[in-house]
Design a protein. Sequence first.
Length: 350
Amino acid sequence: MKSTIELYGKIDSKDVNQYKLTNDNGMEVSFINYGCIITSILTPNKEGNIENVVLGYDSLSGYEKDSYFLGAVVGRIAGRIKGASFELDGQSYTLAKNDGPNHLHGGIKGYNTVVWEAEPVEEAGAIGVQFTHTSPDGDEGYPGELKLTVTYLLTNNNELVIRYSGISDKKTIINMTNHSYFNLSGNYKSDILNHKLTIDADRVLELDDELIPTGVVADVVHTAFDFREGRLIKTGPESREAQISLAGEGYDHPFLLNKEKSDEILLVDEESGRTLTINTDEAGVVLYTGNQIDESDRFIDVPAKRYHGLCLETQGLPDAINQPDFPSWIIDANKEYKTTTTYRFGTLLQ
């Protein structure tokens, strides 16, 4: 295994470096310390051809202008917070509004816009990079100075492991994720509508017209949200179900994982033979199918198009701070927030 570092650009006189990790199978993962953004993941198809399987841009300026959170770590809170406000121990907090009247993915200057400190790391059977950042008290409206660490590791089992940790000097809320858009066709040869997705989840959260959970936890049986035995992504838009139409003829929904299987999420592209298996210790996963991608935009070497990639955002449930029945995001002062998600890439022949 090997790792390299090269200058990718500068933001406010700070160096933005690109880190490339390559394992002994030829799988390569590249990311930058701006937003901890994953810029490419190169994996083989069933014929052994190595191609990129995540959406990205061809320069730093693309990521600076980006409105899709491509490949980025998002926080302090992933997802939407209704009314951009919440109460904690009787005190009201007002957050930055960047999604109409609501707060989305950490606000106007979320962690996706930060130039993180970074250093290479090695562990048994893995190489990687550890990113660190201190989010000040009051950052985008959140209480507490929060010291953050995000670690990316690549193994010879073709696994990308992402670990998140944080310690705050005050009671606060935290719910982080990675917002990569996967497209297993390789180099964006097709959209993701014919990808087959399996999610071990009996329940999905109902959304209101602002795409915020209503508090209703719905059974997936006999709906386009039943991914337990696997279904093609295109069956969602084709279903014309009200919740699918609400999200822009696609998915933008949180699933409550059953937590009964080790391989909780499986994405397959039959044409290329590529597979992606995701394991997480998080309570849920948000499936977003690129319904709102603007076709006037451009990704690496190709015009952007709707359904060009899908996100599988492992995280706590959105707007949990305003939904007392959801698992809590709250962490006490000087208590560690810690979560891990593993992405394992393979082929159907393996």
